[in-house]
Design a protein around this ligand. Structure first.
Ligand SMILES: Cc1cc2nc3c(=O)[nH]c(=O)nc-3n(C[C@H](O)[C@H](O)[C@H](O)COP(=O)(O)OP(=O)(O)OC[C@H]3O[C@@H](n4cnc5c(N)ncnc54)[C@H](O)[C@@H]3O)c2cc1C
Length: 460
């Protein structure tokens, strides 16, 4: 571990307002923990930033001391890019304020805000920002990579709804980026990841969303193929305010499922209709008619509540390994492969998630923002999740084998927010046709690659 010279540390202490956490601090282990329990890294120093001045002080300190940095939002990235051994962790998770302007339908959020923090404030005005589906995820990593969820079909990716950003660049300059200010940087921040600086403030567009008709319909293992075949026709036939997704997993012990189903292989169809409740219930009835559901939990509920529906299955601390492909069609052989691997889940936490996102975000030109995968209809996440380190090899191998077996059916490209740390060879695919332009922007704003712990774009 890098040992800090005392004068250097004293300079840092004098220049920041936030808490400094060191390896001998009593809260060091608590503060360095991130969502994926497989990541166990020991930074030399953690600064829990209180604002722009602390971020600038961290960057100045890093330059003077030669210590590399990492940047953390809410610490959800599966690759664990928020943290590394022997670095200075610039911790933005402390900056969680959110404010809503109901007149302009705009939302300003701190870089450490979680999706739940934002929903908590916007719900007061019957508004929502299009974001992801787990409330403890951080807005920063999510928006920098794209951001997909229940409102994507109707209103676009999180990054499509970004209006402006305040960011501290590698040189310590504080810039505003929007369509009209530093437009090249703004373009890169909408899908280019954490390559360009440290975001200190986000401003998004929000939409009227309050009560939705949503829920889960659960089918038995033997109906998975037939339900998937019907689903692939039905989901695209619905209007964009009615996304329907699919999850293949073992049934959790949910109260609306009979006890004998708990722990059995099932197919879950989650849906969320933002509109007339009667139309939403009709969607539920159609989905139920795909087979003989073993349970269903459907009804009207606040959107902010539905945004937390998956939280109990995604608690922090478990060991996680993901593989992901994009798809434009779900062919019969592909469905067969999925069902085969879903019948051999290596642990009760593992699941295969199909996010159906085709809609208004598909109409955007792939080069209009750094996120380019506009052809994608389904983003599929093969989510290995388990508790014990002794099961690492077995569970990781399942995800890798499934990834390889479904590769022939996949579309080009990959969603960068689902990449694991070892997949550096997929980063270029993650940026698709925008890679060269991203290299140009990177070279302009971060020529020395100060921000290198991410889905890294190396400067020219
Ligand atoms: C349980 C779970 C559910 C998820 N669900 C969804 C979903 O529904 N939809 C979806 O699109 N994605 C989803 N994701 C993926 C998610 O988008 C990424 O993991 C994202 O990186 C999380 O952001 P974070 O701020 O929490 O990450 P962190 O791990 O804190 O940060 C990830 C990277 O983002 C960059 N970064 C973070 N903060 C800043 C900042 N202030 N300035 C500059 N760079 C910064 C850094 O490069 C950092 O390494 C999910 C992830 C998890 C673990």
């Amino acid at each position: 571990m890098t040992t800090l010279a005392q004068p250097n540390l004293d300079t840092l202490k004098a220049s920041v307002r936030g808490e400094i956490v060191l390896p001998d601090s009593s809260n060091y282990d608590e503060v360095r923990a991130i969502w994926n329990g497989m990541i166990d890294k020991r930074p030399s120093i953690i600064v829990r930033c209180t604002g722009v001045a602390d971020v600038k002080a961290c960057l100045a300190f890093a330059k003077e001391s030669g210590m590399e940095i990492s940047v953390r939002g809410a610490g959800h990235n599966i690759a664990g890019t928020a943290i590394a051994d022997n670095r200075l962790l610039v911790d933005m998770s402390t900056l969680r304020s959110v404010s809503v302007d109901p007149d302009t339908k705009t939302v300003t959020a701190g870089p450490g805000a979680t999706l739940g923090d934002i929903d908590h404030e916007t719900k007061e005005y019957g508004l929502a920002v299009p974001m992801g589906i787990n409330s403890t995820t951080g807005i920063s990593g999510l928006a920098l990579g794209g951001g997909i969820g229940w409102l994507t079909r109707k209103h676009g990716m999180t990054s499509d709804n970004l209006l402006s950003v305040q960011i501290v660049t590698a040189s310590g300059e504080v810039l505003e980026a929007s369509e009209t200010e530093n437009a090249d940087l703004f373009w890169a921040l909408r899908g280019g990841g954490g390559n360009f600086g440290i975001v200190t403030r986000w401003t998004f567009r929000a939409y009227p969303v309050s009560m939705v008709t949503a829920g889960l319909i659960v089918f038995p293992a033997e109906e998975r193929k037939s339900v998937l075949q019907q689903y692939r026709e039905y989901a695209p036939s619905l209007p964009t305010n009615s996304p329907v997704w699919v999850v293949l997993r073992k049934a959790p012990p949910l109260p609306f499922l009979p006890e004998e189903v708990h722990g059995q292989d099932v197919l879950v169809v989650p849906f969320c209709h933002n509109g007339d409740a009667a139309a939403g219930m009709k969607i539920a009835d159609t989905i139920k008619s795909f087979g003989n559901p073993v349970g269903a939990h459907v009804g009207e509920m606040p959107f902010a509540g539905w945004q937390q529906a998956f939280d109990p299955l995604l608690t922090p601390g478990a060991r996680n390994y993901w593989k992901s492909h994009n798809f434009t069609e779900l062919s019969d052989p592909f469905i067969d492969t999925m069902v085969e691997y879903a019948s051999a889940l290596p642990s009760p936490g593992c699941e295969i998630f199909f996010g159906y996102i085709e809609g208004c975000c598909s109409d955007v030109d792939p080069t209009a923002t750094a996120y380019s995968h506009r052809h994608t209809k389904w983003v599929v996440n093969m989510h290995g999740r388990w508790q014990e380190a002794g099961d690492d090899e077995f569970c990781i191998q399942w995800a890798r084998d499934l990834f390889a077996a479904t590769k022939p059916y996949a579309a080009p490209g990959v969603y960068i927010n689902f990449l694991t740390g070892e997949e550096t060879d997929r980063i270029k695919d993650g940026f698709g046709p925008n890679f060269d332009r991203l290299v140009e922007v990177k070279s302009k704003y971060d020529p020395d690659n100060v921000f290198n712990l991410n889905q890294n774009i190396k400067p020219a």
